[in-house]
Each structure stands twice: as C-alpha cells, then as structure tokens.
Design a protein around this ligand. Structure first.
Ligand code: FPP
Length: 234
C-alpha cells in the first residue's frame, strides 16, 4: 500500500446555475457567488498545505452558452483578474492559466499574463486556472508540436514517451492531480485533464459549488487519506 501524499487537487466547480435558480436569481448571480468561493477555497487549500489546485473556470464547450452568459462570465473574470486575484498574490500563491488563449479577448490575456508574471516567484502554493480549456484541444496541440519537431529534425520517434508527452502539455512541471472533486452531483470528466488524471481519485458531492465549504474540502481529504491507492502516480 502506498502512502497517499496529497499535492494536487483538481476541481470542477459545477452547479452555479442551479444554485441561483433555487433562489429565484439569474444564473449569473450563481457565477458571481462561485467566483467568490474560488478565493475562499484556494486560501483554505494553501492553509492545508496543498501545493497545487487546478480549477475548471471556463471550458472550450462553455463558449457555446448564450452570449449574455458568456459576456457575464468574461466580465466577472475581468473583475477578478484585476482585483480579487491580487489577494491571492498577497497570500504567496502563484497563479497560472491553462487553455486556448487565442479564443480570449486581448485585454483578458494581458491581465492573465500580468498575474502570471507578478506571481512567478511565489512558492507557497500554485493555483492553476483552466480558462477556455479543453483536454482534447490540449492533446491535439501537443501532437502537432511533436509532429513539427519531428518534421524539423529536432526530435526522433524513439524519443516519444510518457514524459515527453506530459512535458508538452499546458500542465508541464505540475504533478498530476491526486484528487478530483466535482460538485453538484454530476459524475463526468467533461474534457478536463484527461491525460493528467489517469490515476486520480474521484470524489463527487451533491453540494452546488457556491455552497461548497472548506469543511467539506477537509472531509474529502480525510476520505482520500483513508483510501488505498493501487497505482502510484508519475
Ligand atoms: C458551472 O456551473 C460553472 C461554470 C460554467 C463556470 C465556473 C465559473 C466560476 C466559478 C466563476 C468564474 C471563475 C473565476 C476564476 C473568476 P453551471 O453554470 O454549469 O451550473 P449548472 O450546471 O447548475 O447550470
């Protein structure tokens, strides 16, 4: 039995819309509450000594939602990137973003790059934000990069192994997630970190993301510590 060293938690923050609907509020009110929750849970994870947290903030699929909802999410993001995320820097948290940046507005990409640069030397913990992210798109671009390298004579087919592939994904240098949490009762991966979650332990909770608490996070970590992991991670 291997000891469950916990370094990385990935979260699919689902249920914002239903949280709002239950209260007779617009879906966007749920996203606002959900965004506030990100700060609370990122701080709590850091205090629990968890080095890496990856959150699914916006998927490539989410671009298909109504213009009104996409616009609200983007505006919320602008606000968070300019103000609230600064609080994470003060906590010593490093911020990085994974996803298809070319699909995002220039001003948003600039704010993302600024936060990444400002927090680059923070070492206490890392918050990885998946924005305009889709795992299949990530894999397609990795395959194209490998093909290009081979075509240009910079890599040989023999050199392709699991490490080469991991090193050519957005998540390079970050250990694979130990835990995946998906809130709101749904039990799907939704194109999130497919390669990286080969050995991840999954935890599903009925709680809607805006209602998720650090106490629930602690309970999940305790359950994880009680599980036997049959396969080690890389
Ligand atoms: C799922 O709820 C959640 C999302 C599509 C986006 C998650 C975004 C946030 C928590 C806020 C933005 C984040 C940052 C970092 C500022 P849903 O709309 O699918 O809920 P439903 O399934 O109940 O409809």
């Amino acid at each position: 039995m291997s000891k469950n060293i916990l370094e990385h938690i990935a979260i699919i923050m689902d249920g914002n819309g239903r949280w709002a609907l239950k209260r007779g509020l617009p879906r966007t009110a749920g996203h606002k509450k959900g965004a506030e929750k990100v700060l609370e849970i990122a701080k709590a994870a850091k205090e629990m000594g968890i080095k890496y947290m990856t959150i699914y903030a916006f998927s490539t699929e989410n671009w298909k939602r109504s213009k009104e909802e996409v616009d609200t999410l983007m505006n919320l993001l602008r606000e968070y990137l300019s103000n609230d995320f600064q609080k994470l820097l003060d906590e010593g948290i490093r911020i990085r973003f994974i996803g298809e940046r070319y699909m995002l507005s220039d001003d948003i990409v600039q704010k993302m790059e600024k936060l990444e640069n400002l927090s680059a030397s923070n070492t206490t913990a890392t918050l990885q934000v998946a924005l305009s992210y889709g795992s299949r798109a990530e894999i397609v671009s990795m395959v194209k990069n490998i093909a290009l390298k081979i075509k240009d004579g910079d890599m040989s087919i023999k050199e392709i192994d699991e490490k080469t592939i991991s090193d050519m994904l957005y998540t390079k240098d970050i250990p694979d997630p130990d835990i995946l949490i998906r809130t709101s009762g749904e039990q799907r991966l939704s194109n999130f970190l497919l390669w990286q979650m080969a050995y991840t332990e999954f935890f599903f909770t009925d709680t809607y993301w805006p209602d998720f608490t650090k106490e629930e996070l602690k309970q999940i970590v305790e359950r994880y510590n009680g599980r036997e992991r049959r396969y080690g991670k890389n």
